[in-house]
Design a protein around this ligand. Structure first.
Ligand code: SF4
Length: 268
């Protein structure tokens, strides 16, 4: 349900910027949601509804309307010069090719902004933003990868990291408080949804080396456990992971793979 919601929000933001800034949010949300649910790329994936389907969609429509109406009101969105939207990219790192989609790239003067829209309930802290692999990979793609242009051609953007600002856009911050509280009143938005980070050249070179090492492990079938207080409680594989931890460990071949990466510095 959350995945469908996120996808439809992205589509409506793109539609507002490229087609109709004043679109009817509720009508378009319902149309696009239905399309994604029944005919979209992942329409064969079962949807887990929190309540019954109609009530859940009603809640999502309410949220989307508040988020996008307030998104649309902000001058920094209305006046944005969006040069790419939902742009797919490919990036070669060592022997592996990474691909993905960047939500938006905007131009502001002589600087570029890369935006990542999120509708999650849990906003990240600054340390996470500064370290996150996904945002780093996007910055690397803007510098060294190729992007699909609106005319269908693939082109390098060659945006050097020092010219790129990365914006994590917490859409839920546009949802107004329903009640008065400490320091806010009912109707106030939750805060400024824009959180910024950046990457230096040095960080991107290190990221490239890390990605090559991680990809090399994946290609060899090595997936060491990485327990953490944030990831484990929400991990869908926790049961499998726990039962593996009680019986099977890494095979000696997998251990050897990790050791050879560390000792020979193959990843670099
Ligand atoms: S439970 Fe999930 S997140 Fe935690 S170590 Fe296992 S696979 Fe990783």
């Amino acid at each position: 349900m959350a995945a469908l919601h996120g996808r439809v929000l992205h589509q409506l933001i793109e539609e507002m910027h490229l087609v109709n800034w004043d679109l009817d949010i509720e009508t378009r949300y319902r149309e696009r949601f239905e399309h994604e649910e029944f005919s979209g790329d992942e329409s064969d994936t079962p949807v887990f509804w929190k309540n019954d389907r109609d009530a859940s969609i009603g809640e999502l429509v309410g949220e989307a309307t508040e988020m996008l109406a307030n998104y649309r009101e902000k001058g920094w969105n209305r006046d944005a010069n969006v040069i790419l939207s939902e742009a797919t990219f490919m990036l070669k790192v060592g022997r592996n090719v990474f691909s993905g989609t960047v939500d938006q790239i905007r131009q502001e003067g002589d600087r570029l902004q890369l935006l990542d829209f999120k509708s999650s309930k849990f906003p990240p802290n600054q340390q996470f933003l500064d370290l996150d692999y996904q945002l780093g990979l996007y910055a690397l793609a803007c510098w060294r990868g190729v992007f699909k242009m609106p005319d269908g051609t693939m082109r390098m953007l060659e945006i050097p990291p020092e010219k790129l600002d990365i914006m994590y856009y917490q859409l839920r911050d546009h949802i107004p408080y329903k009640r008065n509280g400490n320091g806010y009143t009912a109707g106030d938005e939750r805060g400024d949804p824009r959180r910024f980070t950046s990457r230096s050249r040095k960080q991107l070179v290190t990221l490239k080396r890390d990605l090559a090492a991680i990809a090399s492990n994946i290609n060899r079938g090595v997936f060491p456990r990485n327990p953490g207080m944030i990831n484990c409680p929400v991990c869908a594989f926790a049961d499998i992971c726990l039962s593996d931890a009680q019986g099977k460990g890494l095979t000696s071949r997998q251990v050897h793979s990790i050791e050879s990466l560390t000792i020979t510095g193959e990843a670099a």
